[in-house]
Write a new protein. Structure first.
Length: 91
């Protein structure tokens, strides 16, 4: 299913991404895995983990910004939406 595919993972530097992306790369051979998140430091740390793997790319952006999501979606493929706010103000 994911062999030779392009996969965008929103919130990809979070706990889900740290588990899902290595599994995805090991079990399948995707053409490209795009890790989309708003945390530059977590992207840098994760980029060090996948250094040298040309299939892994990083996009800095926020799912609340339509323009940054459209830019990351360019090229088509699958989307795994894992971005979430963990602190929710009570009402």
């Amino acid at each position: 299913m994911f062999n030779d595919s392009s996969i965008l993972v929103t919130g990809g530097t979070g706990s889900f991404g740290h588990t899902f992306i290595p599994m995805l790369l090991e079990r399948y051979n995707p053409r490209r895995v795009m890790i989309f998140s708003r945390d530059e430091m977590k992207q840098w740390e994760m980029a060090n983990k996948f250094e040298g793997d040309p299939r892994v790319r990083f996009f800095l952006g926020d799912v609340r910004s339509r323009e940054s999501v459209y830019c990351a979606l360019d090229g088509g493929g699958y989307v795994t939406h894992a971005a979430a706010s963990k602190i929710v103000a009570s009402g």
